[in-house]
Ligand binder design. Structure first.
Ligand code: ADP
Ligand code: S3P
Length: 161
């Protein structure tokens, strides 16, 4: 029997894997608070979207602020945190997430691409490129990102396939 003892749960995984959707439901079931780290970065930086942060500042600037958010959350308890898809690429972020329980939502690329094509890429700058075939564009980019990140995602304490 696994006892959470109030430790934070961090959901990791590619864009579109369901971290925010599942995170909200999980928080409600557990009676935990829910945080989306992207939203906290937007608040910390005082900008309305991740896309704007990437555009006005840079991805590196976003990543630095993302790590600061995860650092601050790591001192709290009884939270479910939907991390951004790229949080797994920085070792410092794992130092913070290791204080809690990390769960990898491992979703097939085909499903991810279908979901992203359905919701659009305006809120995801790394996928936001004009295309006549949004599914294929998303699938191609997600495949590349997944190749770079699958090893990092496997650091998670648990994997939900
Ligand atoms: N288990 C699921 N089955 C089908 N669609 C899902 C599932 N989880 C999330 N989605 C849909 O996929 C899209 C991305 O979900 P989201 O929670 O924003 O992912 P993430 O936060 O990992 O980027 C949303 O349109 C959401 O409704
Ligand atoms: O995969 C990534 O590098 C990113 C994923 C995004 O979060 P979601 O996974 O919620 O889309 C957001 O943090 C940013 O656009 C970068």
């Amino acid at each position: 029997m696994f006892h959470l003892n109030g430790r934070c749960i961090y959901l990791v995984g590619m864009m579109g894997s369901g971290k925010s959707t599942v995170g909200k439901i999980l928080a409600e079931v557990l009676g935990y608070s829910f945080f989306d780290s992207d939203n906290l970065v937007e608040q910390a930086v005082g900008m309305s979207s991740v896309a704007q942060i990437f555009k006005i500042h840079s991805e590196a600037f976003f990543r630095e602020n993302e790590s600061n958010v995860l650092r601050d959350l790591s001192s709290m308890r009884r939270l479910v945190v939907a991390t951004g898809g790229g949080a797994v690429i920085r070792p410092i972020n794992w130092n913070y997430m290791k204080k809690g329980l990390s769960v990898w939502l491992d979703v097939p690329l085909d499903a991810l691409a279908k979901r992203i094509a359905q919701v659009g890429t305006a809120s995801r700058p790394l996928l936001d490129q004009p295309s006549d075939d949004p599914y294929t564009a998303a699938f191609t980019k997600l495949s590349m990102l997944a190749e770079q990140r699958v090893e990092a995602c496997a650091n998670a304490d648990a994997r939900v396939s």
